[in-house]
Ligand binder design. Structure first.
Ligand code: NDP
Length: 334
């Protein structure tokens, strides 16, 4: 399958170019940048034959696109690719509003092309193993979950993330969406209502760089989520507590060392033991699942509706923080 990269981005160069190429039969034929010169340089640096600033030119050279521009560009670029009959793997958050994300996903459905959202965490072996245990009833009925995902944003990733609300900056758009997707993946249900407070703790310039929120689930479970760009030593992880057991997965929200698989703690009436998980790059897994879906085999690891729903939770968190009110999550009718 011939791929076009929409966006000469860091995530494409660090993860997705390799991931797309890791799938037998995939080639990357072109890369789009807003600057023709930068596109050409990026193409050369990554051994891609063609770089362009013309979206139609790119669309004429591929069967599928991977969109990793800044967030405000995703919608128009996805709609153009869909109109040209291309499959779309789009970065999170899908768009700036839930309505825009719904429009993108509906357009793909009408056009009969595959649409995926690049939520990598659910592709990690450790999260797939946790989900199997939770869904298999190993910890009983889930009572609560806690996601702690406060990081120190690397210098290289600062830019628009910390100073440009119009490009989709802010920690909620960046990290809360991933946590919402991961939590939905584990619990198999969608957050109903949220309360939230945001903070500016030194990095955010016109956007929030920290947020704590609490989500209620239809089952009655409660979820606590902490995201931040300003914590150098906090570590990260997820805990899920049920009537029969508790799972504690330290460092599970960071991808780096977990490529080797990783382990997590399970505590139940028999005591505490470590459970191992399959290794491998979650980005390779996502590319593999997406490519197979384009061949008509299975579905992307996270589809368009997953992308709409993770965005909807993040938007509710923003609204709750701004209003100070408990806010129902509006999934845009999906
Ligand atoms: P970058 O800032 O690296 O790239 C975004 C855009 O910025 C690029 O499309 C490019 O524009 C421009 N740009 C990048 N580097 C330079 C540079 N050196 N000089 C000039 N312009 C530059 O963003 P990320 O790769 O971190 O994020 C892109 C998207 O991917 C976002 O939607 C983000 O949320 C998502 N993301 C997802 C991750 C995941 O794990 N699923 C992880 C990280 C990001 P142009 O294309 O016009 O040249």
């Amino acid at each position: 399958m011939k791929w076009g990269l929409i966006g000469a981005s860091t995530i494409a160069s660090e993860q997705m170019i390799g991931a797309i190429r890791s799938v037998t039969g995939n080639t990357i034929t072109s890369v789009l940048s807003s600057s023709a010169a930068r596109g050409a340089d990026y193409a050369k640096a990554h051994d891609i034959d063609h770089g362009t600033a013309d979206l139609d030119d790119l669309l004429g050279r591929c069967d599928a696109v991977y969109i990793s521009t800044t967030n405000e560009k995703h919608k128009d670029q996805a709609l153009a690719a869909i109109a040209a009959g291309k499959h779309v793997l789009c970065e999170k958050p899908l768009a700036m509003t839930v309505a825009d994300a719904v429009e993108m996903v509906n357009a793909a459905k009408s056009a009969g092309v595959v649409f995926g959202t690049n939520h990598h965490l659910r592709c990690m072996g450790i999260h797939r193993r946790i989900r199997d245990m939770v869904q298999g009833g190993d910890i009983g009925d889930v009572l609560s979950a806690r996601i702690f995902h406060a990081v120190m944003l690397p210098e290289a990733l600062r830019g628009w993330r910390i100073n440009d609300a119009s490009a989709g900056g802010g920690v909620v758009a960046d990290i809360t969406v991933h946590d919402a997707d991961t939590l939905r993946f584990h619990l198999g249900e969608d957050p109903a209502e949220v309360v939230a407070m945001t903070a500016a703790q030194g990095l955010g310039n016109g956007v929030e760089d920290g947020c704590m929120s609490v989500w209620t689930m239809p089952s009655g479970a409660m979820v606590q989520d902490h995201v931040s760009f300003t914590h150098p030593f906090a570590g990260n992880g997820i805990e899920i507590h049920g009537t029969k057991g508790s799972i504690r997965a330290q460092s599970a929200m960071s991808v780096m060392w977990l490529q080797g698989g990783g382990t997590f703690e399970l505590t139940d009436k028999d005591g505490t033991r470590m459970v191992g998980a399959e290794g491998g790059s979650p980005y390779d897994y996502a590319a593999d699942r997406f490519t197979a879906a384009c061949r008509g085999e299975g579905a992307p690891a996270a589809d368009g509706v997953d992308g709409i729903k993770s965005l909807a939770v993040a938007m509710a968190v923003v609204t709750a923080a701004q209003s100070g009110h408990r806010t129902a999550v509006d999934y845009g009718g999906v």
